[in-house]
Design a protein around this ligand. Structure first.
Ligand code: HDE
Length: 660
């Protein structure tokens, strides 16, 4: 195959070969392999400033990883506005058709540490920094539209519960353990989120195929000062797709960087991921018109009731040059807003407004993280903040205070008309209380709505996920509490899980009284949206000449990798992998070329490859004359045309004999 990886290697910039090696102070070095010693076999000298500088820098290479969302990957992009949204917001980056704004987006898992696997069952972070002409705007969201808790004060408890247990630091990047499920059963506001968490949403196929949600309720404000409540959405152009659980677990071993690699490779190959940005809008007068509180972050605004208005599209088109400098050092904050975007009193959002800056202070070592290249606004910024760890700006002159006369009162605030940020003047009255509104008390209606909106296949996946996760809980009483909690959502669900995890069926037989559905929350009901960038494994016979079917495949938008028993040539193409270096879980579909030896197809590693592809409901093209040993032919094509049509289906759930 034309090896994209080889091309990639050649594009790396080679340092100027005339560059001298120096210390960080610019001192040219004559030697970099031996420390300064007293005699060739003698002790190293403290005087060796070069050794000490090199070693000290190395000793301090790591910075504290993020407390949550430590594992992530990121890319640069461009956001383009679809039109003029000034009727709802004065945000300048949404003010004109075609207006472009650079972006930086970091995707992440939540629970695992920096080196954990990509495909674990977890929510995914979807955080975007827009470098607008009016300052940086950060949209810090997840791929699930609700959250586990309603008030930020419970966040440390929730995170402690999901993280590895403190006595033995087990398990890594998993929610399938006692403390997580103990938290869920004891804090039932998490019921809706846990349904999403047990659904296929928490094992996405790719960051390119995930929705993003701002989760919290924000405000849009227009130039007339009119405000509306909004929720943000990202809609992936490739559609929303997931792995199956067995596959996700295997990938975590076969390629822990699966999502990171997928995003990186797609961008290198020019298959730029795209996402449309939209908002749901609720007028202030309708604040109380719904059967849920619009400030409650455990509730969605069903799209059937509040449609999404699309505002523009983001294209991720450039990988980072340096993972640490960009992906690791990027600092997001929900409080980084621009005029036209404001907050609601959502109690989760209010707490987030404190936490993000606070966390950057410890993580990035002080208050000057905004000066790091990845965090720096593209528009000018001036104020009287000074000094601190890692300060880079060399401020000149005697003035570092406002107001002043020496510098004619510069820098000075400007009016709203001149682009100054004015907080929306919401009228708020009340007593100072530590309490939660009664309107936040219904924890089960939308959890049930989610369940009722799923297809039968998705419901089966949810039952299996609960059975796996709760089945891993060692304390039987916690398993029982979770099952009892599920009875509020659906007694049938609770009973099936109870049987699988060996506890009593719930005594409660009636769920919460709520029968509404919201079909848009189901992934399988959404349009499939094509095959661009899908990965196809092609099993060929090493040494054979190229079959025309390969040319047909190469003429499409799929990414092809050749696999054989050995890594030789197939016609003019290099074979990319053997059965040992590749794995079926890493591909969306499989083609067995007609030239592959018939007696070998139903034997050994080739058979394992085909079986696993079948068991994970993925598309197969069998171009050989050999018949495959399955009960059904669903999703098994005998030519490339049919294969491509089947591939667009993503998975073939009608295979009853599949073991996935
Ligand atoms: Fe975060 N969250 N969060 N969060 N969050 C962080 O900030 C926090 C919440 C989200 O790629 C931290 O820089 C609190 C909801 C993403 O760098 C920290 C609460 C949503 C990222 C923090 C929440 C998110 C973070 C840790 C409850 C979806 C990664 C490192 C009130 C809308 C951003 C950091 C990146 C990261 C606090 C809940 C999304 C500790 C207190 C809900 C995508 O500040």
């Amino acid at each position: 195959m034309t090896n994209k990886k080889q091309q990639q290697l050649q594009t790396y910039t080679v340092n100027d070969d005339k560059q001298a090696l120096t210390t960080n102070q610019g001192l040219k070095l004559t030697e970099d392999e031996h420390s300064l010693k007293l005699g060739e076999r003698g002790p190293t000298l403290l005087e060796d400033f070069h050794f000490r500088e090199k070693m000290t820098h190395f000793d301090h290479e790591r910075i504290p990883e993020r407390v949550v969302h430590a594992r992530g990957t990121a890319a640069h992009g461009i956001f383009e506005s679809y039109g003029d949204a000034s009727d709802i917001t004065k945000a300048d980056f949404l003010s004109a058709k075609g207006k472009q704004t650079p972006t930086f987006t970091r995707f992440s898992t939540v629970a695992g540490s920096r080196g954990s696997g990509d495909t674990v069952r977890d929510a995914r972070g979807f955080a975007t920094k827009f470098y607008t002409d009016e300052g940086n705007y950060d949209l810090v969201g997840n791929n699930i539209p609700v959250f586990f808790i309603q008030d930020a004060i419970k966040f440390p408890d929730f995170v402690h519960a999901v993280k590895p247990e403190p006595h033995n630091e087990i398990p890594q990047a998993q929610s399938a353990h006692d403390t997580f499920w103990d938290f869920i059963a004891a804090n039932q506001e998490s019921a809706h989120m846990v349904m999403w968490h047990m659904s296929d949403r928490s094992i996405p196929r790719s960051y390119r195929m995930m929705e993003g949600f701002g989760v919290n309720t924000y405000r849009f404000v227009n130039a007339k000062g009119e405000a509306r409540f909004v929720k943000f959405h990202w809609k992936p152009v490739l559609g929303v797709h997931s792995l199956v659980w067995d596959e996700a677990q295997k990938i975590a071993g076969k390629d822990p960087d699966f999502h990171r690699r997928d995003l990186y490779d797609a961008i290198e190959q020019g298959n730029y991921p795209e996402y449309e940005l939209g908002v749901q809008i609720i007028e202030e007068k309708d604040e109380f018109a719904f059967d849920f509180d619009i400030l409650d972050p455990t509730k969605i605004w069903p799209e059937e009731q509040v449609p999404v208005r699309l505002l523009g599209k983001m294209t991720l088109n450039r990988n980072v040059d340096n993972f640490f400098a960009e992906t690791e050092q990027v600092a997001f904050h929900v409080g980084h807003v621009v005029p036209g975007i404001d907050f609601s009193n959502d109690p989760l959002l209010q707490g987030r407004l404190f936490s993000y800056t606070d966390t950057q202070l410890i993580r990035l070592g002080g208050p000057n993280f905004h000066e790091l290249p990845i965090n720096k606004p593209v528009c000018p910024f001036h104020n009287n903040q000074r000094d601190g760890y890692g300060r880079q700006t060399i401020n000149t002159g005697p003035v570092s205070y406002h107001k002043n006369s020496i510098q004619h009162n510069a820098p000075a605030p400007v009016t709203e008309a001149a682009g100054g940020y004015a907080h929306y003047e919401e009228k708020v009255e009340g007593r100072k209380v530590r309490a939660r509104s009664k309107s936040f008390e219904d924890h089960f209606s939308q959890a049930r709505m989610f369940w009722l909106s799923m297809t039968a296949t998705e419901q089966q996946h949810i039952i299996k996920a609960f059975s796996f996760e709760v089945g891993k809980v060692t304390r039987k009483e916690i398993r029982q509490q979770v099952v009892d909690m599920l009875a509020n959502i659906c007694p049938q669900l609770a009973t099936e899980v109870a049987t699988n995890v060996g506890v009593q069926p719930p005594t409660q037989t009636k769920p919460v009284d709520y029968e509404k559905t919201s079909p848009t929350v189901s992934q399988l009901r959404q349009p499939k949206k094509g095959i661009t960038g899908r990965k196809v494994a092609v099993i060929v016979e090493a040494g054979a000449s190229v079959n025309p079917a390969l040319k047909e495949l190469l003429a499409t938008d799929v990414v092809v990798e050749l696999i054989s028993a050995t890594q030789g040539k197939y016609g003019e193409h290099d074979i990319d992998h053997t059965f040992d270096t590749a794995a079926p879980v890493l591909y969306d579909g499989l083609v067995v070329m007609a030239d592959y030896k018939e007696d070998a197809i139903a034997a050994g590693k080739c058979q394992q490859f085909i079986d696993e592809t079948y068991n994970h409901y993925k598309t197969i093209a069998n171009l050989t004359a050999c018949k495959l040993p399955y009960q059904t032919n669903v999703g098994i094509a005998s030519d490339i045309k049919q294969f491509l049509t089947d591939l667009a289906e993503h998975r073939h759930w009608l295979r009853k004999d599949a073991l996935g």
